[in-house]
Write a protein that binds this ligand. Structure first.
Ligand SMILES: [Zn+2]
Length: 216
């Protein structure tokens, strides 16, 4: 395995800092996490974007959130076809094994994945149309949203509408998983759609009464 190299020094330093402070001061807590296993209350699905920091936003400690991140924070529809489905596996584990009480889908402003879908559908990113583009094929999940929002003249408003619709598409897709549907119907699981404005630091939550995202 010659391609796995030693850790870069900037990360080694940060690790030693963490071990000497945070870990050293909370040793019993880490020991208990290891011994008792995880019992997270919520699952969070968000974008890979490095600016999205759900553990900071919600002030979370280790063991509190079961987190899955992918491009644009999307959930695909239920497809038991024997293929490799990372997101679906994470949802299955969170709902059927960990039995989380809340599942949050977190979209965000300035999302590059959503921008990619927008540009692909607008004919501006032919490379994403290639069969070999993993990003393009993943963002196909959001293609219908482009059609629905195409009437919005202002591009940044159109992108924002697509970012929020991506959250709702994911929640709709979550409900196609039989175990998610069963847990929601049994009221042991609630689904929540959020959107985070990076620059403003605002988090909005989808309100089913108004059909809009409202500041929390
Ligand atoms: Zn993103």
């Amino acid at each position: 395995m010659k391609n796995a190299r030693p850790l870069p020094s900037y990360l080694v330093q940060r690790y030693h800092g963490w071990r000497a402070t945070t870990h050293a001061e909370n040793k019993a807590w880490y020991r208990r996490l290891a011994d008792e296993g995880q019992r997270p209350r919520a699952m969070i699905i968000s974008c890979c974007d490095s600016r999205i920091h759900v553990t900071s936003i919600f002030g979370a400690d280790e063991g509190e959130f079961f987190i899955h991140r992918n491009i644009a924070g999307l959930v695909p529809p239920y497809a038991p076809d024997g293929d490799h489905h990372g997101t679906s596996a994470a949802v299955e584990y969170a709902v059927t094994v960990l039995k989380v009480a809340n599942l949050l889908v977190v979209g965000h402003s300035n999302c590059g994945g959503v921008r990619g879908c927008h540009d692909m559908c607008a004919g501006l990113a032919p490379q994403l149309e290639e069969k070999t583009s993993f990003i393009g094929r993943w963002m196909d999940l959001l293609r219908p949203s482009y059609e629905r929002q195409a009437g919005i003249a202002d591009e940044s408003e159109r992108l924002r509408a697509m970012e929020k619709e991506a959250v709702l598409v994911s929640i709709e897709n979550l409900m196609t998983f039989p175990f998610v549907q069963a847990a929601v119907e049994a009221e042991s699981l609630t689904l929540h759609g959020l959107w985070n404005d990076i620059g403003e630091g605002v988090v909005e939550c989808y309100d089913p009464e108004t059909g809009k995202f409202m500041p929390v």
